[in-house]
Each structure stands twice: as structure tokens, then as C-alpha cells.
Design a protein around this ligand. Structure first.
Ligand SMILES: *Cc1c(COP(=O)(O)O)cnc(C)c1O
Length: 431
């Protein structure tokens, strides 16, 4: 038995499913999860001493690779000054200044401890601001585990959602409308069927959570126009895309300005930080400035703000990072597409900036229904074939890969070599 297998056996006795976040359990690909010991740059080392090139990077936060000196030094400097005060600190002000400077739509911002907290709080503010109850989300977009977001689509655009998880009440579900991604007519129909009842449209401006799905040309701008016309708060959930697709996130890349934005992942440099922010008149609804209540004992934590501030400052001062990430990820994604083609698999590869997905289907993937056409057993075989070659991918077809600045040309070649062998192996093809 490996140390990983041993730890997982113990964990399953103690922790539901043996993990503290479901996707880590490898259920979508089979087999047992790998327990990690340490990481540096592009490389993860597991508890048995095996090494892997990391293409998840903690689901996005480690954009500079693991243990970057600039972030570690900042945390080391903060460490001796105690770990929490429950009182305001200088770095919270500096982080807020930097966020407002970097993210185009953000005029005021509140720090929280996770992406989930950010989205839950942001929809409360949108409801408080508009005096409306309903929210509209897109099928397959993930906004954390708040009750309002765990709602499956009804049978048509106009039907009410149903709870996607036991423990979410019908009452919550009836206030969440869901429509397919990239479908403006469905959005218009939902608005028409719920006049002056929709507080906010929440969206991943580029989707990472059904695999990487790209907004159709004009889609985000049309949403902006519809929200303005109908007094709906447009909420970009940039927990994944913020500081990744551009210094100012997807809103900067696509030139569409939301009313509210949620942030997480990269903002904490690997420590737990989230944030929500946007138009000053909306954010002034938040207590103690306004009546919408939201609070947090550890919000603005000194270590977390040290890590986040150091990573964001680095990104802010080194915009060339985004050109490097773009070039590296283009080589990975284009190479993957070409290898699949050479093997007679016309699989779809979607990419924006340093995020991409290989979908195990030859059809274009523009929404959840498209993504579900993927050959999941083949993906599972591919995942394990890559893992055995030292390539650590997201253990699900419905996730994106996140590239860090630590991926060198040499590692791109290593990945592409493993990709060719693994795709062949997963489909029983000989090279
Ligand atoms: C990860 C993610 C969240 C949830 O963030 P947590 O920190 O895991 O709570 C919300 N929205 C999007 C788009 C995400 O990718």
C-alpha cells in the first residue's frame, strides 16, 4: 500500500468521502486521490515521493507556480506580527486600492474568505439594492456552494429551477432561474416571464466550471445592455478569471463592465481570500455603510492579505506575465488539438488566455449540453495515463487546466509527448 492509499483509507473513516472538497476524490475518473507533500515551481511532490508537473495550480491561485519567493517572503515578513487581530489593518487598505486600480468596474470592495462567500454576499447586495428576489444564472456555471447556486435547470427556460442538492429548499430554488450559456433569446424570455423580479444576472464571463467555454461574440455586451434596460445588476463571477485572463480579468479582456464583480483564487496567492466589489452606489448598501449585512471574523486576515497583496502587486508590475502565459498556453492547446487530429480524434479544444480544456467530443462546446456529449470513460483513461507519466490534470472532464508561469518550453514538450501517448492509450490506438 502506498502512503497515499493508506492516508486515503484513514481519511475515508474520518472525513466524508475522504476529502474536504468533492472533486479531489477522483470519483469522476476512478481510482484513489494522491496526497501531496510539497510543491515548488511547476512541480508537485506527493507523500510517496512521486513528482508531477502541475496543470491545476490549486484550481488557479498559483499563477506564478508554487512557492514563489515574492509571496513567501511577504508571508514570512507578516508572520511574527501575530496571525489575526479582528481589527482593521494597513494591508486591507492597500489591497483595496490595488483591486480598484486593477479591476475596471470596481469602485468599492469588501474582502471575505472564499469565492463562495463572495458570491453569496454579492447576490444579497444585489437583492438589497434592487428590492427584487430572483437571480438568473447559467446552466453549468459554478458560483460556489451557496444554496441559491445549487439549482438545476428546469425543463425549459421559463420553468423554475429544482434543488440540485438535498438541503436546499424549494423556497430558495423558486428564486433561482437558469438558462443555457450563450443563449440570449433564453435570457430575454426569462426576463419577460419575470418582469421587474430579477435582481441580478450572475455569470462566469468565461466559463471554467463546465470545462473551458468561451462567450460567443457579443454575448457579454448583450447581457450588459439587457441588464441596463431592465434595471438588473450584472454580476461577473471572476473568482477564476480575475487576474488570470488579464490584470483586470475577463471584463478587461472583453471590454464589458459589470455592476458587481466577485473575486477569489488568485487574489489570495494560495491563502483563503475572496472579495466582492463594484459600483460605489451598490456597494454602499453593505453594512455598516448601508443595511445589507455581511461580516467575517477572519476577513482581511493579515497573512492572507500579505500573500494576496504580494502576488497581485507582482502581476500588476509585470504585465508581460500575461504575454508569457498566453504564448505557453497557446502552444499547449494548439499542440493538444493537433495531436488529437493526427490520431484521428477531432476533439474540441477551447482556450482563453492561460485556461484551456480538451473535450472528448468532436462537436463544438458552447454550453453545458454540448460539454455533456464528451466521452467520459475515455477521459478517465486519459487522465490516468497522463498521471502515470507525471502530468497532473484536473480529475474531471468538466474542469479547465490552469497554466502557471513555471511551465517552461521543456515542460510544454514533456506535456505534449505524454499527451500523444496517453490519448493513444486511452483509445487503444498504436503510435
Ligand atoms: C472556485 C469558484 C467559486 C468558489 O470559490 P471557493 O473559494 O471555492 O468558495 C466561485 N465561482 C467561481 C467561478 C469559481 O471558479
Amino acid at each position: 500500500m502506498t502512503t497515499s492509499e493508506n492516508l486515503f483509507a484513514r481519511a475515508q473513516e474520518l472525513i466524508p468521502g475522504g476529502v474536504n472538497s468533492p472533486v479531489r476524490a477522483f470519483r469522476a475518473v476512478g481510482g484513489a486521490p494522491i496526497f501531496m507533500q510539497s510543491a515548488e515551481g511547476a512541480w508537485l511532490t506527493d507523500v510517496d515521493g512521486n513528482k508531477y508537473v502541475d496543470f491545476i495550480n490549486s484550481w488557479g491561485p498559483m499563477i506564478l507556480g508554487h512557492a514563489p519567493a515574492v509571496v513567501l517572503d511577504a508571508v514570512r515578513e507578516a508572520l511574527p506580527h501575530s496571525l489575526s487581530y479582528g481589527a482593521p489593518t494597513r494591508r486591507e487598505v492597500e489591497l483595496a486600492e490595488l483591486l480598484i486600480e486593477m479591476v475596471p468596474s470596481v469602485e468599492k470592495v469588501r474582502l471575505v474568505n472564499s469565492g463562495t462567500e463572495a458570491t453569496m454576499s454579492a447576490i444579497r447586495v444585489a437583492r438589497g439594492y434592487t428590492g427584487r428576489d430572483k437571480i438568473l444564472k447559467f446552466e453549468g456555471c459554478y458560483h460556489g456552494h451557496g444554496d441559491s447556486f445549487l439549482i438545476a435547470a428546469g425543463s425549459g427556460a421559463l420553468t423554475l429551477g429544482a434543488p440540485d442538492s438535498p438541503g436546499v429548499t424549494e423556497g430558495v430554488a423558486k428564486d433561482t432561474l437558469t438558462v443555457p450559456y450563450n443563449d440570449i433569446p433564453a435570457v430575454k424570455a426569462a426576463i419577460a416571464a419575470n418582469p421587474e423580479q430579477i435582481a441580478t444576472i450572475i455569470i462566469e464571463p468565461v466559463v471554467g466550471n463546465m470545462g473551458l467555454v468561451v462567450p460567443a461574440p457579443g454575448f457579454l455586451a448583450e447581457l450588459r445592455a439587457l441588464c441596463t434596460e431592465h434595471g438588473i445588476v450584472l454580476l461577473f463571477d471572476e473568482v477564476m478569471t480575475g487576474f488570470r485572463l488579464a490584470p483586470g480579468g475577463a471584463q478587461q479582456l472583453f471590454g464589458v463592465t459589470p455592476d458587481l464583480t466577485t473575486l477569489g483564487k488568485i487574489i489570495g496567492g494560495g491563502l483563503p481570500v475572496g472579495a466582492y466589489g463594484g459600483r460605489a452606489d451598490i456597494m454602499n448598501q453593505v453594512a455598516p455603510a448601508g443595511k445589507v449585512y455581511q461580516a467575517g471574523t477572519l476577513s482581511g486576515n493579515p497573512l492572507a492579505t500579505a500573500a494576496g497583496l504580494a502576488q497581485l502587486r507582482y502581476l500588476h508590475e509585470h504585465p508581460e506575465v500575461y504575454e508569457q502565459l498566453e504564448a505557453t498556453t497557446a502552444r499547449l492547446a494548439d499542440g493538444t488539438r493537433q495531436i488529437a487530429q493526427e490520431l484521428g480524434l477531432n476533439y474540441t479544444v477551447n482556450r482563453v488566455g492561460s485556461m484551456f480544456s480538451l473535450f472528448f467530443t468532436a462537436e463544438p462546446v458552447n454550453n453545458l449540453e454540448d460539454a455533456k456529449k464528451a466521452d467520459l470513460p475515455a477521459f478517465g483513461r486519459y487522465f490516468h495515463a497522463m498521471l502515470s507519466r507525471g502530468i497532473y490534470l484536473a480529475p474531471s472532464q468538466f474542469e479547465a487546466l490552469f497554466i502557471s508561469t513555471s511551465i517552461t518550453d521543456e515542460l510544454v514538450e514533456k506535456y505534449l509527448g505524454a499527451c500523444r501517448e496517453s490519448l493513444a492509450e486511452a483509445h487503444g490506438l498504436s503510435l
